[in-house]
Design a binder for this molecule. Structure first.
Ligand SMILES: NC(=O)c1ccc[n+]([C@@H]2O[C@H](COP(=O)([O-])OP(=O)(O)OC[C@H]3O[C@@H](n4cnc5c(N)ncnc54)[C@H](OP(=O)(O)O)[C@@H]3O)[C@@H](O)[C@H]2O)c1
Length: 334
């Protein structure tokens, strides 16, 4: 492997309580002395990364800081018995950008316990097109199927925030698995995009924001994957079928919601919390293998765009404003 002397990274600095983010040149000596040195090919942007680039959300604890909770690359050097030079590795939804420096960089040093080898079927670029968003969507599918969800169950599978990262991959995954997907979006211009991913119907965000007249609405949903929280979460619970479950993923609208307990008492509905950050490391390789089997590559390509490190400050504004469509892969060497 070629000798690396210098590389670029997006560095967030804090001066007089003001945060700035810019691309800087770094060397290996600038990195912390951790077990595994990874030459990064690609990263991606998640909502949490948008917060970290802006210095918000309590993500970073010290500055200067390199954000990026996801990365995929190749091991350059390792003191960990689990990894050897040349291994292709990935980390998603881990504490990389909190406890140490993250993936918006040409190189990173990590604890071996934060890394997973990638299955041969998934390239480093595809791993970042999937990223934390796709990993989380797969967790939701798995959790709902463990609760008894099957394609033949009555009703459609509702996915909220459908044109975002988690939502887009969830639409593709659930449709490919044979579910009838109802994709909810606040951006009508993305209806055809969602249908192309496999959505059987489009539900406007406004419709889901309108409360039902009583604590129960007519049963429509075989399951739900909720990326937005707030009033939409409360309303969709009232429309779940008997015994159906909602996988609670995100808070794009609000972290709080006020709901009736009646759907739990009279329809036995369930809420399942999805916590990708604490998904056990020994099970991660298996989840990547399931993604390789179940996520159609053509759909993944259709939702993916690419940008360089310098685009990240602008992308952070976009993702925090709910304006990013699908997944953006970051070529960290560009
Ligand atoms: N639990 C976990 O482990 C985990 C993992 C990853 C992400 N998350 C969380 O899951 C959520 C989705 O993540 P993501 O990566 O998909 O983010 P994203 O790409 O920004 O997508 C969020 C989507 O939510 C919708 N939205 C935005 N603002 C809204 C509002 N005010 N009211 C209703 N809908 C709104 C938009 O979809 P439309 O344009 O289609 O309406 C937007 O594209 C985020 O809250 C993120 O923090 C949680």
């Amino acid at each position: 492997m070629a000798e690396i002397s210098a590389f670029k990274a997006l560095v967030v600095r804090k001066v007089d309580d003001q945060f700035s983010a810019s691309v800087e040149e770094m060397t290996l000596e600038d990195l912390p002395d951790l077990e595994v040195t990874v030459q990064i090919d690609f990263s991606t942007i998640n909502y949490k990364d948008g917060l970290a680039i802006k210095g918000r959300g309590g993500i970073a604890k010290a500055w200067p800081h390199i954000p990026g909770i996801d990365l995929a690359g190749t091991v350059l050097a390792s003191r960990s018995p689990d990894f050897a030079p040349g291994d292709r590795v990935v980390t998603t939804s881990l504490k990389a950008s909190e406890a140490a420096w993250g993936g918006f960089s040409g190189m990173a040093r990590m604890d071996g316990g934060w890394l997973t080898k990638l299955p041969d079927q998934i390239s480093n670029r595809q791993a970042m097109a999937i990223g934390t968003a796709g990993f989380t969507a797969m967790m939701a599918l798995q959790a709902l199927e463990e609760q008894g969800l099957k394609p033949e169950n009555e009703g459609q599978v509702l996915i909220t925030g459908a044109a975002g990262g988690v939502g887009s991959i969830a639409v593709a995954l659930f449709a490919a698995a044979g579910y009838r997907v109802a994709a909810s979006t606040g951006r009508p211009e993305n209806q055809q995009y969602l249908k192309d991913l496999g959505a059987a119907s489009i539900i406007s965000r406004e419709e889901l924001e309108t409360p039902s007249k009583g604590p129960l609405a007519s049963a429509r949903w075989a399951a739900a994957i909720d990326n937005v929280g707030g009033v939409i979460l409360a309303n969709l619970l009232a429309g779940l079928h008997q015994g159906a479950a909602c996988a609670c993923v995100g808070l794009a609208a609000s972290a709080r919601f006020e709901a009736s307990v009646i759907p739990f008492l009279l329809r036995g509905v369930k809420m399942i919390g999805i916590d990708s950050g604490n998904f056990p490391m020994p099970k991660r390789y298996g989840l990547w293998q399931r993604l390789a089997r179940r996520l159609p590559v053509d759909k993944l390509d259709a939702i993916t765009t690419e940008a360089g490190l310098g685009a990240l400050p602008g992308l952070s504004d976009d993702i925090l404003a709910g304006k990013v469509k699908g997944r953006v892969v970051i070529d960290v060497n560009n």
